[in-house]
Design a protein around this ligand. Structure first.
Ligand code: PHE
Length: 481
């Protein structure tokens, strides 16, 4: 039944759609490529000791991430409405319990929560664009194009900027507001006029900058050391914690488990081949994460900085490096523009998930819905940024050993990444592998019979088992002594 029937059901809702397959691919890659690739991935790879983490991460993407991308896009396209509605529709067509739709709700809530702290971090990027931009303009005025960044400051002053920013509540709020405002503006313009346009302009520019700065890092930095660091594995470092982190990072980076690809999938036309398209998304996202490592670590090693600096790696260590490098002023500015573009196309997708839910389930207009959720995430974001300063002693998850030391922002990051995304992904795999009607799934996936067999094995068996194991051992490390 299914294929034509679902398509017919969907068209009655006058769902908007991407204007071309390329538009969808760019928007989906834009959603996937973000702070997760250029900030979180190098940070985690650095903290987790490099090679073994990277290899395990890539395995997670191929074996678990890729089948899930296809599943999410498929659910969205078959349901042809917001995430919750799409899951409900497929449950109905499959004669299964409509309560499955609640895993869509987990996704919508997770997207909203991630957006709130995502925008705060992206606000730091906006701040550094301002700092580096002003420096660049001054250098251009002096005709000093090839000089290092922030020459007028001592290294200690450059290093101190991040701490000073974290203490400055008004500045943090302003930057967060600017970023959320731009995100909201794009989403309120709609799928073709807003989301798709943003991706079509920003993503190609992003790729040019990424390649350009990586080549620059290869020339002036220490590429050999970076390659060794990223690809020579020490498997003794692969603890259950590190595995949990890597899997959570794969989900975060591929935008899985938050119904993001269900939502974007609902705008996909019926003639788009889902298998190859999913492969392109996974490949591009992973390539960007690896290239981002090869962009950042050569620069970090060239000036003898610590690759395991943690979340400050990009915001504190790199400006110091740009200060000491030729043309650091120009490259430093472009570097933060690159991160900004990546972050914006991702925050747009994060806001689109609850916005589509408000439109589909509450009957709100796009304007109202995006304003409600964008505004709401802005407010939650303020709680996050206050946890960097005045509320730094408040530990909301103090009762939970692995999260006990975290202030609001890190707790939200940890809880969404380590609990909500894996849970969303787990439920997606069970739903697609076991609950949804097998014939419907097969027709909607568009896969040939042998590919379908492989995919079904991964989604019905490997995904649920692996995700459950990693979830359990990662969250309760005591279990294995
Ligand atoms: N994938 C994005 C990144 O890597 C973050 C994101 C997560 C976006 C979930 C949408 C949904 O930065």
């Amino acid at each position: 039944m299914a294929a034509t029937e679902t398509a017919a059901m969907g068209s009655a809702t006058a769902q908007p759609g991407w204007s071309s397959r390329t538009a969808f691919v760019l928007a989906a890659i834009g959603a996937a490529v973000g702070l997760g690739n250029v900030w979180r991935f190098p940070t985690l790879a650095g903290e987790s000791g490099g090679g073994a983490f990277v290899i395990f991460y890539v395995a997670c993407v191929v074996l678990i991430g890729l089948p899930l991308i296809l599943s999410e896009v498929m659910i969205g396209r078959a349901g042809n409405t917001d995430a919750v509605g799409s899951i409900r529709k497929i449950s109905e067509l499959s004669g299964s319990n409509p309560r499955w739709k609640y895993f869509g709700v987990i996704g919508v809530v997770a997207a909203f929560l991630i957006l709130s702290f995502y925008s705060v971090v992206a606000g730091w990027v906006v701040y550094y664009i301002g700092v580096m931009g002003a420096d660049l303009v001054a250098n251009l005025g002096n005709g000093d194009l090839f000089g290092g960044a922030l020459q007028a400051e001592t290294t200690a002053q450059v290093q101190g900027r991040m701490g000073a920013l974290f203490e400055n509540v008004e500045l943090l709020i302003t930057m967060h507001l600017i970023f959320m405002g731009i995100t909201l503006w794009v989403v309120s313009r709609g799928v073709t006029e807003g989301i798709e346009k943003a991706a079509t302009y920003l993503m190609p520019t992003f790729f040019v900058l990424l390649i350009g700065i990586t080549i620059y890092g290869g020339i002036v930095g220490d590429m050999g050391e970076a390659l060794r660091f990223m690809f020579s594995p020490d498997f003794s470092k692969l603890t259950p914690q590190v595995m949990n982190t890597a899997l959570g990072q794969a989900f975060f980076s591929l935008s899985l488990g938050v119904a993001g690809l269900i939502t974007y999938g609902s705008y996909v036309s019926r003639d788009t081949p889902l298998g190859t398209t999913s492969g392109m998304i996974a490949f591009a996202d992973t390539a960007v994460a690896l290239i981002a490592g090869l962009m950042i670590f050569p620069i970090v090693f060239a000036v003898g900085l610590d690759p395991a600096a943690g979340p400050t790696l990009v915001f504190q260590s790199l400006p110091i490096a740009f200060q000491q490098m030729p043309a650091g002023s120009v490259v430093g500015f472009l570097f933060f523009v690159l991160i900004f573009f990546a972050a914006l196309t991702s925050s747009i997708s994060l806001l689109e998930v609850p916005t589509a839910w408000g439109i589909g389930e509450m009957g709100w207009s796009r304007r109202t819905s995006s304003l409600v959720f964008g505004g709401g995430a802005f407010v939650v974001g303020i709680a996050c940024l206050l946890s960097l300063n005045v509320w730094s002693d408040f530990k909301p998850l103090a009762f939970w050993p692995i999260f006990e030391d975290l202030a609001i922002m890190d707790a939200l990051d940890g809880f969404t990444g380590k609990v909500m995304l894996p849970l969303g992904a787990l439920l997606t795999s069970i739903f697609v592998g076991w609950i949804a009607d097998r014939k419907l799934v097969r027709a909607e996936s568009g896969l040939g019979s042998s590919m379908f067999g492989v995919w079904r094995f991964l989604i019905a068996w490997l995904c649920p088992i692996a995700v459950t194991l990693i979830l359990v051992f990662g969250l309760f490390p005591g279990l294995i002594g």
